[in-house]
Design a protein around this ligand. Structure first.
Ligand code: SF4
Length: 397
């Protein structure tokens, strides 16, 4: 097996996996925090309505978009997770109590709707999610484990997936491991089975190394060793290694023409804070939406005569459709009052800087954080704006 090895990282031992879920909530300073996994980022209108009502009645009124296309509710009262879990289960958002935290699946934005990819990864999303849930062993995956399903447009393959499928052509797929090409080349119809086998191989290799690593890259020679386990009689076809595309710094914004003649609108949600009212509006506009890793929402399948009204309605709620907007440049951690470690209300401060046109570093892409942990920092080149007892420190590359 010729898969390149990442630098060995010290295996992590005896760490408690406290990654929050919908049932295993995190006690934040502003109440319980629940993370709802949304494989492929796809939500139906009914699911949006359920989430909006839950945010309003159980949380702080917001749905936070995460860099993995998932959602978070904050400000939950003690015990609210029981009601939340029942609501999510009724809406099909909690199909498994045992596997809910391991359903981290990123898929190419607009796959199957625009012609930028080689194939439609939406069936992969359904099959991978079903395969994860069907295997009791895979309930042992860490809550941070991530799968990326890239249709060849190169938007999610570079987002740090532990296991990934990257379409190279309509008939050939690369299996990626910790963001590197493994050289294994399943056919599209076999690709999900191989990705699931890779997830099992990660767990087996982790056990063999006596590690409690959360990510494949944390294992010693993780990608090479997992690929070698898969190569033992399971996969016959190998191909020359290809570079995995770097993830774009931002996703698409605005209107995109679909293959079927309809239009998709992609709007950025400033700081990833979707209000319950915005979620209800999205549910009125489309049968389903797609959340992206860039804190935006895709409203697909709009008829030509509905696009302008939809864009105006969403714009009035604060969603952004201008790719030159400073809102596309700024991400933040939770900060005060949600995080007890924070030295500042970073969301309020970043919002004030956007509105006043005073973003530091000339408005370059930047992540504001309330402490040195820098939670939620995006991949790629980012200026760090870190709160200190004496104000913000700006760290440019
Ligand atoms: S970066 Fe620090 S302040 Fe911000 S959410 Fe993480 S721990 Fe809290």
């Amino acid at each position: 097996m010729s898969s390149p090895a990442l630098p060995a990282a010290a295996p992590s031992r005896d760490r408690v996996d406290a990654c929050p879920g919908a049932l295993q909530t995190h006690a934040a300073a502003d109440g319980g925090l629940a993370r709802v996994r949304v494989p492929g980022g796809t939500l139906s209108a009914g699911q949006l309505r359920t989430l909006a009502a839950a945010a309003r009645e159980l949380g702080d009124g917001y749905l936070e978009l995460t860099s993995r296309g998932n959602l978070q509710l904050r400000g939950l009262a003690p015990g609210a997770e029981t009601s939340l879990g029942a609501r999510l289960a009724d809406a099909g958002l909690l199909p498994s109590d045992t596997h809910e935290r391991v359903r981290n699946v990123l898929a190419s934005t607009l796959s199957g709707r625009t012609g930028d990819g080689h194939l439609d990864v939406r069936p992969w999303v359904r099959d991978l999610d079903a395969g994860l849930r069907a295997d009791p062993v895979l309930a042992g995956l860490p809550g941070r484990f991530l799968a990326t399903l890239d249709d060849g447009r190169g938007d999610v393959a570079g987002l740090g997936g532990d296991v990934g499928l990257l379409a190279l052509s309509p008939g050939s797929v690369a299996l990626t491991l910790a963001g590197t090409d493994s050289g294994l080349r399943p056919r599209p119809g076999d690709a999900v089975a191989l990705a699931l086998a890779a997830a099992r191989a990660f767990l087996a290799e982790r056990a063999a190394q006596g590690s409690s690593a959360w990510r494949l890259a944390e294992l010693t020679d993780g990608p090479a060793r997992v690929a070698a386990r898969l190569g033992e009689g399971r996969v016959g076809h190998h191909g020359p290694l290809v570079p995995v595309p770097s993830a774009p710094l931002t996703g698409p914004v605005g209107a995109a023409g679909q293959l079927d003649g309809r239009t998709a609108l992609i709007g950025v949600v400033p700081l990833g804070r979707l209000t319950a009212d915005q979620a209800d509006l999205l549910a009125r506009l489309a049968a389903e939406v797609q959340l992206t890793p860039w804190r935006s929402v895709v409203v697909p399948d709009l008829a030509e005569d509905a696009v302008d009204d939809a864009a105006v309605d969403l714009f009035r709620t604060g969603m952004v459709f201008d790719e030159a907007s400073p809102w596309l440049q700024v991400t933040t951690c939770a900060g005060r009052p949600g995080c007890a470690k924070s030295l500042a209300d970073v969301r309020a401060d970043a919002t004030a800087a956007v509105r006043a046109g005073t973003l530091p570093a000339g408005g370059a892409r930047q992540h504001w954080a309330g402490c040195e942990r820098r939670c939620g920092r995006p991949q790629g080149g980012v200026v760090d704006v870190v709160a200190t007892p004496a104000g913000y420190r700006v760290e440019e590359d």
